[in-house]
Design a protein around this ligand. Structure first.
Ligand code: G1P
Length: 357
């Protein structure tokens, strides 16, 4: 069985972060989102992985993941070009899949439990596809499935006005190669995309059986900044601390804190877990890093009070202000305006930034 991670989207809901980098590399608990998908595939015994990329940020993804060797997988890059829908992305991988069964995993999704049960269920039954489902509060925002008592799918519909159930497709699917033939005959949906949901509905109409698996444990689509913060909270909640870095006398650590061996918490700083501090970073005197915060690599913080935030990395923060619920991009500098006249916030903010003062 092969794996296919779809990473071709533009990430418009994560602007301005995605103006300068692909959303799949945004870190959650100091690990790029896409690595969670790679790890889940590897855990399920799938190491031959195709990564479908669009035009956006594709060199950066290739430079970061390389041939997959550092993650013990073998990555083949497949170029989708313009994102014309998930079925289009899957269709681009026909040569790579080469007649095997394969798992499709949306590259910006994170799942607590992994995909073993979904993959095992598909292997045990004679079906054309197996799809992962989870009950959601707003099914109209997702692909939605109708399922019979034995777990077989009876109908699928993408973002329906009147959902037939509350079971959303969570973006993880197992397919037999039969799906490629129906993808060739698909028409674009109302949003102009070749939908994966429509491809599976077509398989049903051709008489194929489709299995489902309801995923226990949390699942998060990291499309928006608040989703990144929530995924960060969920992952940090599950971590166990490994405080390998330097904690100076007079610094205070409470709770689970993952501190990289090359980082330092200075005398007079307080870090309260769950929190993660990446490589080559310094938490300076007077700083408070509160629960559910991930500080990326090469970041220096002096004096700030941080909580429930993700700092992607290479940031310089020296202010006494409180920074909460924030997603802070790479290379950001946040300083103090103390003593400057006239009084007020001084901002250099790019297009699509979102600031609350
Ligand atoms: C896509 C799929 C949808 C699925 C969702 C899961 O939606 O089309 O069926 O429920 O991913 O995240 P999109 O994120 O493209 O709106």
């Amino acid at each position: 069985m092969k794996g296919l991670i779809l990473a071709g989207g533009r990430g418009t809901r994560l602007r301005p972060i995605t103006h300068t980098g692909p959303k799949q590399l945004v870190p959650v608990a100091n690990k790029p989102v896409i690595e969670y998908a790679i790890e889940d595939l590897r855990e399920a015994g799938i190491t031959d992985i195709g990564l479908v990329l669009g035009n956006k940020g594709r060199e950066t993804i290739q430079e970061t993941l390389g041939d997959g060797g550092s993650l013990d997988v073998d990555i083949t890059y497949i170029i989708q070009g313009n994102p014309l829908g998930l079925s289009h992305a899957v269709g681009c991988a026909r040569d790579f899949v080469d007649g095997d069964d394969f798992v499709v995993y949306l590259g910006d999704n994170i799942l607590k439990q992994g995909i073993d049960e979904l993959v095992d269920g598909f292997r045990e039954r004679d079906v054309a596809a197996g799809i992962a489902l989870q009950p959601v509060e707003h099914p109209e925002q997702f692909g939605v499935a109708d399922v019979d008592e034995s777990g077989m799918i009876t109908r699928l519909v993408e973002k329906p006005d009147e959902p037939p159930s509350d079971l959303a497709l969570i973006g993880i699917y197992v397919f037999s190669p039969a799906v490629f033939d129906v993808i060739e005959d698909l028409d674009p949906s109302w949003r102009g995309e070749l939908e994966i949901t429509d491809a599976i509905q077509s398989l049903l109409e051709y008489g194929h059986d489709i299995d489902s698996h309801v995923v226990e444990g949390w699942w998060k689509d990291t499309g928006k900044p608040e989703d990144i913060l929530e995924a960060n909270r969920l992952v940090l909640d599950d971590q166990t601390s490994s405080t390998d870095g330097t904690v100076e006398v007079g610094a205070e650590i409470r709770g689970d804190v993952d501190l990289d061996e090359s980082s330092v918490i200075r005398n007079g700083a307080v870090v309260r877990g769950p929190a993660s501090i990446g490589p080559d970073s310094e938490i300076g005197p007077g700083t408070y890093v509160g629960p559910y915060t991930s500080v990326g690599s090469e970041t220096t913080i002096h004096g700030a009070h941080l909580e429930n935030s993700v700092i992607i990395g290479n940031a310089e923060i020296s202010t006494d202000e409180k920074i909460i619920d924030s997603l802070i991009g790479r290379g950001v500098a946040i300083g103090s305006a103390d003593g400057l006249l006239p009084d007020g916030h001084r901002l250099v903010i790019g297009e699509h930034s979102d600031v609350k003062l």
